[in-house]
Each structure stands twice: as C-alpha cells, then as structure tokens.
Design a protein around this ligand. Structure first.
Ligand code: FAD
Length: 493
C-alpha cells in the first residue's frame, strides 16, 4: 500500500504495452509510487471482439511487460470486465492512489469510453492525465480548409507533413524504489490469464511461436534489423514478397510495443546518419514514412467515420446484393483456389498470422472481384487470423480494395493473380515456400500449374484436382462477371 507521503499513480495500460516512449508511464514515474493495470473486456460490448491470433499475442505481451515491470517492483494487475470505470475506481481506493494516467486511444468506442471515464474521475477530484500516443497526428488536428476531415490520402498526408515534426520519443521511465514490496498479484482476475493461456496453447497459436516474438524486446529487434538491412532498399524491394524486406512491425505497433514516434525518428536518423554504410536514400525514407502515413490515415478515417466497420462508405454499394458461394469461400479460406499466389497467401495467414501487403491486396481482390463475395466476409476471416488485426487498418484497406471506401481504387482495377504472381514472385520462392506440393514446377508454370504440359506435371508429382486444385474460376470469365455486376452500381456516394 502507498505510504501517506508518496503520491501513488495508477497507470491504465491499453495498447501501449512498452516502457520506451510511453508518456503515461514516464510522467507517472516522476510522481512516485506506481501501479499499472490492464483491463481485458471479454464481452467487448460496443467494440469488436479481439481476434484469436491477437489474443495469443496479447497473452505473451502482457507476460513480457509484467516481467519488465516487476524488476522495479511495479505490479501489472490484469483485470477483466466491461465496466472500466468501476474497476479503476476500486484499484485507486485499494492502493490509495490519487491520480490516474493513460495514453489516448482513437477508435471511436475507446475514445468515447475514455472521455466519459475522465469526466467521472475529474468530478471526484481525482487527477487525470492523458497523453497523445499511437498516432503521430491526432485525428482532430488534421482538417482541410473547410474544417472537415480529409477523405483523400495525398491531401491528408501533405497537410500532416506541413505540421510541426512529430515529437521526439520519451526515454524509458526512471522508476524509483518507492514500489518496494508493492508487487502483489492477488487482485488479478485469474480467469483472464486462464482464458488467454488456453488460447495461447491451441494448435494455431503454437505455430505462431515459430514466427513471432511478442513484446517490446521483439519489437526493438525487428526495428533494428529493418533499419540496418532493409530501409535503404525499401522503395525498390517492399513488394518483393519472398524477400521479407518490410519492417514486420505492424503487430508490435498494434499492441503498442513500439511507438510510431520511435519508428519515425529512427528512420529520420538513418536518413541523416553520416556513417556511409548505413546512410539511407531519401526516397526510401520518404516511402517508408508514407506507409506510416497510411496507418495514420486509416485511424483518421475511422475516428471521423465510425460506421466504417459495418457499412461500405459509398452508399451506392449498399444496394449490391451478392450471393455467397460457400464452396468458393471455403476454398479461398483454406488456400485451395488453384491460384498459387492466392493459396500461398492464405496458407501463410493460417500458419504465420501474417501476409505481406501486396499479397493481402491480391487475395482480397480475388475474394471480392473473382468470387463476388462481400468484403466483410474476408475482413472477418482476416480478423481472427492476423496477429496485427487492427480495426482501422483492416476495414479501410478492405473497403479500399472493394472500391467502396473513401479513398479508393476504381472497381475495374481487378488484379490478375497470375500476372501479380509473375511480377512479384518471379522466381516462385514465395509460392514454393507455402505450397510445397507444387515446388517442383519450373518458374514458367509455378504461378499457373494448369498450363503445364502433362509430362511436366508428372515429373513434378502433381495431379491437378488431386494433389493441387484446378482454378475454381477462370480469370477472364470472372472479370467479365465482376465488371457486369459492378457496372450496375449507380455512381453516387
Ligand atoms: P511496412 O511495409 O514495414 O510498413 C510500415 C508500417 O506502415 C506497417 O507496420 C503499418 O503499420 C503501416 N502500413 C503499411 N501499409 C499500410 C496500409 N496499406 N494501410 C495502413 N497502414 C499501413 N495492417 C494492419 O496493421 N492491420 C490490419 O488488420 C491490416 N489489414 C489489411 C487488410 C488488407 C486487405 C490489406 C490490403 C492491408 C491490410 N493492412 C493491415 C495493411 C498492411 O498490409 C500491413 O500493415 C503491412 O503489410 C504490415 O507489414 P509491415 O509492418 O512489414 O509493413
């Protein structure tokens, strides 16, 4: 319990599971004694239920942060429940804490909840401090000339870049010894750990361990590796899907194990570094920061248009009534469409909880355009399997591919999966890795096994329709059908 002289602060952790550049922890540590809490809302009332792969990540992330904090005798208490105010209030009373600090979240549900909690604490004379986090530009600070939110990325990003540079990251908090003897987990809700542990133990989750190392340390390792090896070729190589030339930081960003400010300033530092071996060309830095900009933009859109997860932004798409072909949907989900690039992506998703951006675009476009299945079905499937499933990025990207979002590709920009495969995986490394049964095909057929001569299929041990499926739709036919279906939409927002 808190001594009467040393102020005690409760820090409410959410999607900021880190020590470096954590403003709420940094400022709270300066006050004296510190308690931290994470609240798991299993009912997710009003909010999207956390996907399975993300639950696995969360479990390991919480364990990792709890270990880090325990070195300073700072408890990380894990509670569950939907009434965050009551949980926080009880903890404040129990630890005799007089202040509560948190970093801001921007999903509409979270933002509204936090606003109301803040008001209730302030009315009870409890000190509340909240800090900008998760985004470089808070959604209400970027507006067009008419004071409206932006709907087009280039205009949005130009406006952001005209604002002052994002702030420098905070150091790790300087924890004091005030917390001596404070670590006690008896107030944890054991049920949450049991639930998360049971998810972390299932088959899919066990597979994720081979690919990921959740927690702040894992994030810093990824950042260093990317900055040292790949940033300098990012522009040219980011779409080489077999090369792993992107940062892979999206899940760490989602859980706040690294902040966008740390990434931003590290990338800028690399650009201006005087050491020749690590100096990075301007166009690569710019390109990478622009991708971070897309992340900002999706957050901006969801904040201003909270219906995006439920409804297509363009209302003419509401009239689109599509019949779902369950067999085709299953083939897409299981990676058995007969198009290697699509199947490889879907199998990577199931096994690694991830897919490169280019492949996400190809498989999403295939579902929506070739199979004429509503984007929501794909989004739902991704949601449970991606380790970086993030509401804003997920719904905005799906709506972008479907052509129904605010800043969209025209619907007739339909990806040809064979051409995409040949362009971005010319040597077939990516498809061979995820679909070993076609690995023996030469490069010229590995993206289109159905065109391989029978002798070649035989040498490669492939029986189409048996060891690997024939294409479930023919590209040209699917394209005609998609164009006919979408051309019926009346052009209006
Ligand atoms: P890098 O190329 O290293 O980019 C750096 C960071 O920029 C990423 O970590 C990410 O935060 C951001 N970024 C990159 N591309 C985009 C983009 N198109 N939109 C928004 N932010 C971007 N990203 C998610 O984090 N969660 C999702 O649920 C998600 N769903 C997607 C669904 C579809 C259909 C598509 C096409 C894209 C989706 N993305 C999602 C965006 C993108 O694919 C991933 O952010 C990216 O592949 C992550 O890899 P990386 O960290 O190596 O990216």
């Amino acid at each position: 319990m808190s001594s009467s002289k040393i102020p005690c602060t409760l820090v409410w952790l959410r999607r900021d599971l880190r020590l470096i550049d954590n403003p709420a922890l940094f400022h709270a540590a300066k006050r004296g004694q510190l308690i931290t809490v994470y609240i798991f809302d299993e009912d997710c009332s009003g909010k999207r239920r956390t996907g399975q792969a993300c639950l696995w990540w969360l479990y390991h992330s919480l364990k990792s942060l709890r270990n880090q904090l325990s070195q300073w005798n700072i408890p990380l208490i894990v509670k569950s429940g939907k009434d965050a105010f009551t949980i926080l209030k009880k903890l404040l009373d129990r630890y005799n804490a007089d202040a509560i600090y948190w970093n801001r979240c921007y999903e509409p549900f979270e933002y509204n909840r936090d606003y109301s909690i803040e008001k209730r604490f302030v009315a009870r004379k409890i000190k509340v401090e909240t800090y900008q986090d998760r985004v470089l530009y808070e959604p209400w600070k970027v507006k067009n000339g008419k004071g409206q939110p932006f709907q087009l990325f280039p205009c949005y990003w130009n406006q952001c870049l005209s604002l002052p540079q994002p702030r420098k990251p905070y150091d790790k908090p300087k924890f004091t010894v005030h917390n001596q003897g404070c670590v006690e987990y008896k107030y944890d809700d054991a049920g949450v750990w049991q639930l998360l542990a049971s998810i972390a133990d299932n088959d899919t989750s066990t597979r994720l361990q081979d690919f990921w190392h959740p927690g702040e340390e894992g994030a810093i390792q990824k950042l260093k590796r990317f900055m040292k090896n790949s940033l300098k070729v990012y522009s040219e190589k980011r779409d080489c899907i077999w090369l792993d030339a992107t940062s892979n930081l999206s899940p760490y960003l989602h859980f706040g194990e690294i902040s966008p400010f740390t990434i931003w300033h590290t990338a800028c530092f690399m650009r201006h570094s005087t050491t020749r071996s690590i100096s990075v060309p301007l166009h690569c830095t710019k390109r990478y920061l622009t991708e971070l900009g897309w992340r900002e933009f999706t957050c901006h859109l969801l904040f201003h248009y909270p219906d995006l997860p439920e409804k297509s932004f363009k209302s003419n798409f509401h009239q689109l009534k599509l019949e779902i072909d369950e067999e085709k949907l299953h083939a897409w989900q299981n990676g058995s469409t007969g198009y290697p690039i699509v199947d490889a992506g879907m199998r990577q998703l199931s096994q690694a909880g991830f897919m490169p951006n280019r492949v996400r675009m190809i498989v999403a476009s295939f579902l929506i355009m070739h199979l004429l299945i509503p984007w929501q079905k794909g989004e739902e499937w991704f949601w449970n399997r991606l380790v970086d499933a993030d509401l804003a990025q997920s719904v905005c990207n799906w709506q972008w591919i479907a052509g129904c979002g605010p800043d969209v590709a025209p619907y007739f920009r339909m990806f040809n999966p064979v051409i995409q495969g040949e362009k971005f995986d010319a040597e077939g490394y990516y498809v061979r890795k995820w679909i070993p049964e076609i690995a023996k095909l030469p490069n010229s057929y590995v993206q289109k096994p159905w065109e391989a001569p029978p002798t070649m299929l035989k040498i490669a041990n492939i029986t189409l329709g048996k060891t690997y499926p024939r294409p479930i739709v023919e590209h040209k036919v699917a394209r005609e059908l998609a164009l006919a279906t979408y051309s019926q939409l009346k052009r209006k927002r």
